[in-house]
Design a protein around this ligand. Sequence first.
Ligand code: SF4
Length: 257
Amino acid sequence: MEVSGEAVKKSRSRANLPDYGYPVEDRAVLVDKATTVNERLTLKYGPARWSSKDPMSMLVDIILSHRTRDAQTAAAYAALKARYATWEDLRDAPTADVEATIAGVTWPEQKAPRLQAIMRKITADQGNLNLDFLKEWPVEQGVEYLSRFEGVGPKTRACVLLFSCRKPILPVDTHVHRVSIRLGLLGPKVSAEAAHDLLQALLPDAAQAIYNFHRGLLRHGQQVCVYERPRCQQCILRDLCDYYQKKVLPQATPARG
Ligand code: SF4
């Protein structure tokens, strides 16, 4: 499912819940759970800090990061900055040169031509290679603009618009997706793409709160609610968590009789 600005708006304004992947009787229950999760994780990990990257630089960074560990992404980004004085230089460089510079990320052979194609299209559209105008545009318009680029999906669009433009839109990465399902904010079969609108509809329309939620679930997914064997005994969300209540607690409590 593609996240459009219109979809974000509709999702927020619906009186009844959209399909969360399982029967939910009361929207307020989910909103309360998301609010409490956000409060606790923000206390634990601290409020998210805004990036100093401009939107064009953030787009480069996020494209590099697809299916790539943070350290390799940071190394490739630093290598690009060292190799090319400006993004225009990267845009106009031989593609093989760009590919070699980002060789440490996953799929450099796709990412190098993709970055250059996007940069050429932005230049053709705008007359220069700069996405700062997205800061001034409404979030729905920014989503629509970024949707025109191949390889720029819901997560990438939301990352650029939230992290660099401070727009109220939620990126859902693998950690946010997994932890949300375990908590019961989403049904087990809801895709990460569909989760963008569904989770955002549970949050306030405020960029800092949305960023805190994203960053809190990301950190929690990396440190506590890890992919294999979540560390539930260390978790501050046990009383809220469907996975813990249904799968972990019954095994820890001896059956009576
Ligand atoms: S209780 Fe366990 S499964 Fe639930 S959020 Fe915490 S670590 Fe994840």
